[in-house]
Design a binder for this molecule. Structure first.
Ligand code: BDR
Ligand code: CA
Length: 313
């Protein structure tokens, strides 16, 4: 019998919120995760690859893990270990996964899988866009074979989280983001400001983490550091799991309550604004609407997806 599930390829830099997004994807019966392509970002590549493999092991899934770019395309960038822990997974000292990563480079895996699943592939990018940019430079026809491209990144009114104007994933590799937004006809974007509008009460998260499942127990451990950091950073009663919102958008687009399409350009040269996503709100440039900006998502559905992902076995 043919597999009617939607093939899902996730480019990611795990990362605590990446991990939550992956749990959502693994738990969704309507999607089949066909690969994880890994970039450096939140922490270095050795850690992000090890974290992806470990999460697969905890979840009992055999999804192949493809290591990709260890650095941004052009300029070095600072990681986010202060948020996610030095190993990107909260420094719990977990035992490394038994399985090894694939030998194929992430950029090549993206291209190959785009042929295998041509016209049906859902591509979700949860980290810096370096692997995707490399793939696009190798084969500019890639977007023709992608059904949807969903990205977590940017700050659509320039309320950044890593600099005053820029969000982490885009600021880590602005040149790569420039390539990606210039190549896809329309990227579906969950930006940092949408994330801020969809915070999760710490009390709810703690309740979901109490589920009797290996996933919830593992996730409670690896997220403890970043949840404490969020509280200490004065972000109030709510925790913001950026990549999880992007995954909700990817898995359940019917949860979108408000979205706007606009031209988006990435600032690569600014002194104060490098990595900013500049939205042409008034359509002054005449450029194409290359981004569909998520503004409001069904919060109850988002929370249900999270609770189910953590409780899944
Ligand atoms: C993004 O930056 C990373 O630290 C997170 O994993 C997320 O992808 C939020 O700005
Ligand atoms: Ca991420």
């Amino acid at each position: 019998m043919s597999d009617t599930r939607i093939p899902l390829l996730i480019d990611t830099d795990p990362g605590v919120d990446d991990a939550l997004a992956l749990l959502m994807a693994f738990a969704d019966p309507r999607h089949a995760v066909v690969g994880l392509t890994i970039a450096a970002g939140n922490v270095g590549l050795a850690h992000t690859v090890a974290n992806a493999l470990k999460l697969c092991e905890v979840c009992g899934v055999e999804v192949p893990v493809y290591p990709g770019a260890a650095t941004p395309l052009v300029h070095p960038a600072r990681d986010a270990a202060y948020v996610h822990g030095r190993d990107g997974f909260g420094d719990t000292g977990y035992a490394p996964a038994a399985r090894r990563a694939e030998a194929e480079h992430a950029a090549l895996a993206i291209l190959r899988l785009s042929h295998v699943h041509a016209g049906r592939l859902l591509l979700v990018a949860l980290g810096p866009l370096t692997n995707l940019a490399l793939a696009l430079r190798l084969d500019p026809s890639l977007p023709q074979r992608i059904a949807r491209c969903v990205v977590m990144g940017g700050a659509v009114t320039a309320h950044g989280n890593i600099t005053p104007a820029a969000e982490f994933n885009i600021a880590f590799d602005p040149e790569a983001a420039h390539v990606v937004f210039g190549a896809f006809p329309q990227v579906e974007l969950a930006d940092w400001e949408a994330v801020l509008a969809h915070g999760l009460l710490h009390a709810d998260v703690e309740r979901w983490l109490a589920a009797d499942s290996p996933r919830a127990r593992f996730y409670a451990g690896i997220s403890a550091h970043t949840r404490a950091w969020s509280r200490a950073a004065g972000r109030g009663e709510r925790w913001h799991a950026a990549d999880a919102l992007a995954m909700a958008l990817a898995l359940r687009p019917d949860g979108v309550r408000e979205a706007e399409a606009r031209p988006l350009a990435v600032e690569v040269a600014g002194i104060h604004t490098r990595g900013a996503t500049v939205i042409d709100w008034n359509r002054q440039t005449g450029d194409a609407d290359n981004a569909r900006l998520l503004r409001r998502y069904d919060q109850a559905l988002f929370e249900r997806l999270l609770a189910e992902a953590l409780a899944a076995r």
